[in-house]
Design a protein around this ligand. Structure first.
Ligand code: SF4
Ligand code: SF4
Length: 307
């Protein structure tokens, strides 16, 4: 009998990733995050509830989604785009199932850990050959620690490498629930100034820094990362403070990976009917990434840049 384990809301299971931990990996995106980073590129992962996205350019105006909806959230008139009332939507996903063109998308499908494991374990030969494995991301995966623990326990049983992508704004107990089953942690540091952290992410950073110290002390391999957002956290002072924090953790932690700012998530904001918070932010000048990299290196931190 298959062990099902706890359930979580999943927005996507993405295979063959080479950017989310070592080797070739499958990345499982969980829904729900306590932060509200202005630059977030996964807005569909913020709310802890199921949501419906709509991609107008894919819609054939056939009305099948409205016919499938039993909540009265979709109204259709022949030849027009269906009108969506988000307040009435229960997130059941019937409209997404009925849509022939993938114009309507369900963000947040409830899946048991055993079901996810059955899906991701099919690629074990690729993980083994490349030194890869499973990464859980989000959103904030540690807001659903029971699910992560159950999934990672199944991976451990068959030797699949496990990795968490976290921003660390979670209760310490949630971290402890999964750390002993985790092989690798990708840990984001967004801003070292507490007040600015609150302004740009909606939350203070004390809990994040405490959990970072706990991860560093645990002996689990960790890569600290920083989203590099022009005009927000790329100044000398913040880079120096981040470098000092890494020095305070010990010699094993004198490296960081920069994640350059991009706008790849703007289509998802549109599909959810939300405005992109940084729409007015100017794109960074040429040499911006190299300048930040040099500043870290000047402060004794090895620096790499992700895609
Ligand atoms: S998710 Fe369910 S309730 Fe919401 S619009 Fe689609 S069919 Fe209607
Ligand atoms: S079922 Fe899909 S293609 Fe048809 S009207 Fe609804 S969203 Fe558009």
């Amino acid at each position: 009998m298959m062990v099902t384990g706890s359930s979580a809301l999943i927005t996507n299971i993405q295979g063959y990733s080479v950017h989310d931990g070592p080797g070739i990996r499958t990345v499982v995106f969980l829904k729900g995050c306590g932060l509200r980073c202005l630059w977030c590129s996964n807005p569909e992962c913020i709310s802890p509830h199921p949501e419906i996205g709509f991609v107008k350019s894919l819609c054939a105006r056939c009305g099948r989604c409205a016919a499938a909806c039993t909540s009265g959230a979709l109204a259709y008139e022949e030849g027009n785009y269906p009108h969506f009332n988000r307040q009435k939507c229960s997130g059941c996903g019937a409209c997404a199932t009925a849509c022939p063109g993938k114009a309507r998308l369900l963000y947040g499908k409830a899946m048991a850990a055993g079901e996810v494991f059955a899906s991701i374990s099919q690629d074990k030969m690729f993980y083994d050959a490349s030194g890869g494995g499973l990464t859980v991301s989000g959103g904030e995966p540690l807001l659903q620690p029971e699910f992560v623990r159950d999934l990672f326990a199944m991976c451990r049983d068959v030797g699949i490498h496990t990795c968490i992508e976290t921003a660390g704004h979670v209760p310490a107990a949630a971290l402890q629930k999964v750390l002993s089953l985790t092989d690798y942690v990708l840990y984001d540091l967004k801003h070292m100034d507490d007040e600015k952290h609150k302004v740009y992410t909606g939350k203070h950073n004390a809990l994040i820094l405490d959990n970072a110290r706990a991860v560093a002390a645990s002996g689990v391999e960790v890569l600290f990362r920083m989203p590099l957002i022009p005009g927000i956290n790329d100044d000398v002072e913040n880079i120096r403070s981040t470098a000092w924090f890494l020095h305070s953790l010990g010699k094993r932690f004198l490296r960081i990976e920069l994640m350059p700012y991009h706008r790849l998530g703007t289509g998802k904001y549109e599909s959810l009917g939300r405005a992109y918070p940084l729409a007015d932010l100017a794109l960074p000048p040429a040499g911006h990434i190299e300048a930040a990299k040099s500043m870290f290196e000047d402060n004794g931190i090895r620096c790499t840049v992700s895609r």
